[in-house]
Structure formats: structure tokens, C-alpha cells
Design a protein around this ligand. Sequence first.
Ligand code: TXA
Ligand code: MG
Length: 340
Amino acid sequence: MPSASRSTHEHELELELESALTVLRRGGLIGLPTETVYGLAADAANEEAVRKIFVAKGRPADHPLIVHLADAAAIESWAEAIPPYAWRLAEAFWPGPMTLILPRRSHVLRVVTGGLDSVGLRIPSHPLAGRLLRAFGGGLAAPSANRFGKVSPTTAADVTRELGDRVDMVLDGGPCHVGLESTIVDATGEWPAILRPGAVTAEAIAELLGKAPIAPRLDAPRAPGRLASHYAPETRVDLAFGGTLGSRAMAALLAGLRVAVMAKSLPEELAADRLGGLAERLVHIPLPDELEEAARQLYNALRRVDCEGCDLALVELPGEAGIGAALADRLRKAAGQGAG
Ligand code: TXA
Ligand code: MG
């Protein structure tokens, strides 16, 4: 970019940030770009503002929200009894796609924590989020900016489409780099437990700390992973196992359904010259094999499934190493097969 237009761009950005700050200070809601997904943000210290989030999303009031902060040092204003391992995680993975669940300080609003004794804290790495948080000074409570139970938005346009005038303004930070929600780590016990897998992987945590995270306690605090159907498009999503993608799709086409196949390429048996007239009801939604790229594109692909007006979407689960665990988790939930 030539420097004149760069400074115009910078000037526009400044104005956008100023408006966002004004909205937040007045108790309004903004669409917040982060590296994971877009958030629906309000001043975490303003009870009335936080309540608006629940109304805008149609979200049950007992679901806790994540508080976003400018830097790791700020977590001591929100949490206490922070274990040494949590500081190590913070140092290694923040700013970034990880949320730490920590014992909350008593001033943290109940409406933020859903009445729990803990609070979720995250330092996002998106540069625009960072600038806004530093200028704001306080914490921003923000869930993903989708209607309750729906697919998380990964562009500013998605937020506008999801929430329309239920959000006062949307800061456009471009498409989200990670594409899946943050890894939620329960740091209220003696050793970390992953409540929701994300781009900070179990393997990376194990390597850092020299020991793998433990399984969540049975009475572990609620995370979206506890809901069977979350991140779900309108269209029914089914998982195909053991190379059955092609035959499952064929059976559904023969039954008269309009079928989306989410895969890098179509299986051989679905080649146009083999399908004849059935091909008209087959929609190929490309989803790369490479896991990080697939994560980045997954929610967009799920939204496309709805736009195409399909009756059924079929997809194969990826391998569960690394970020594959998070992808598989979201796909299972899209298919209504989340844990409990
Ligand atoms: O990447 C993300 O985490 C995005 C961006 C916007 O930061 N946010 C996000 O928020 O996914 P949300 O609300 O859609 O999912 C966060 C989940 C909540 O559903 C809740 O179950 C869990 O985090 N959570 C928050 N506070 C918690 C707490 N104190 N204990 C247990 N779980 C908590
Ligand atoms: Mg969400």
C-alpha cells in the first residue's frame, strides 16, 4: 500500500476504534474480531450491557461468558489463586486462542460467570482486538457473535447477517485466522483439563508442561462441549465413517434428497459421468485435507450448506491429532453428537 493510502486506512481505523470505544462506554454491543471467531462484546463491568448480550444471542442466562483482556498481567484483577502452571500456559500461548478458567475475584459480575465461582479469561492475538482492549482498559465480555446454538461467525459480514441491528457496530478485522473457538482450559484444579479443544492443542500443552492435561472432572464447569447440539447449521449433518462417504451420498441421492458432500474432492462413485441426472442434487462443498486450513474454512463451509438449501450434509471426521481434535469436536456437534 502506498504510504498516503496507508495513512488514510490508518485514519479510518482510528475512527472505527473511537466509535467502538464510545459504544462500549455507553453500554452498547460491538462485533469484535478475534483470531478464533468474531465475538459479541460488551463492557464486562457493566451489568446492563452484559445482559444485552444474552438478549441479542437468545442465550440462556446461566451460560458463562469469556472476559477478554489486553494483557496477561490484567488477569490478576479478575482471578485469584492462579496456579503456577496457568502462568506458564499464559506465557506460552497468550496472546492467542486459549481461554483459562480460573477462580474469580468477588467483584466479577454474576451475569458474566453464570453464577459460577470461576471466570473464563482470554487475551486475543488479533491486532485490532488488542488495540481496542488496550484503549478500553477494562475487560470485554464476549461470547461468539452467533445466535444461540448456531455456527460461529468468522467474518464481519457473518456477524451482521447473524445479528443485524441487535449489534450496535461491527469492527471489521477481516476473516478469522484460526476459524474455531479458543481452547478452554480449566485451571481451577491441580492440573489443567481441556473443556473445549481448539488451536492450542493437548499435545502443545503436554509438551510445554511435561505432562498431558487431565480429563475434565465430572463436575467440571459447563462448557459448550456439554451441549449435544451446538455449532449446528439448519441442515442435518451426518458423519461418514470408514470410506462410506460416496455410498452414503449415493443412497441419499437415490432417496431423492439434495445432498452436500464436504470434502477436498468428491469420491469416485460420485463423478458426474456416473451420476447422470442425480448430479443436479449433489453439491460439493470443498473442505481441504490440511487440518489448519480445514479449521479456518469449516464454519464458512457449514454456512454454505444452509445457503445451498440441502437436505443433508455428509462429511468424514479428520484424524484427531493436533487441531484435528477441535475439528472433529465441532463436526460431531454439528452432527448433534456432542458429548452429553
Ligand atoms: O474463541 C473464543 O473463545 C470465542 C472468542 C469470541 O473469544 N468466544 C467463545 O465464547 O467461543 P462462547 O461464549 O461462545 O464460548 C465460551 C464458552 C462458554 O459457552 C462457556 O461454556 C465457557 O466458555 N465458559 C466461560 N466461562 C466459564 C467458566 N467460568 N467455567 C466454565 N466454562 C466457562
Ligand atoms: Mg459460542
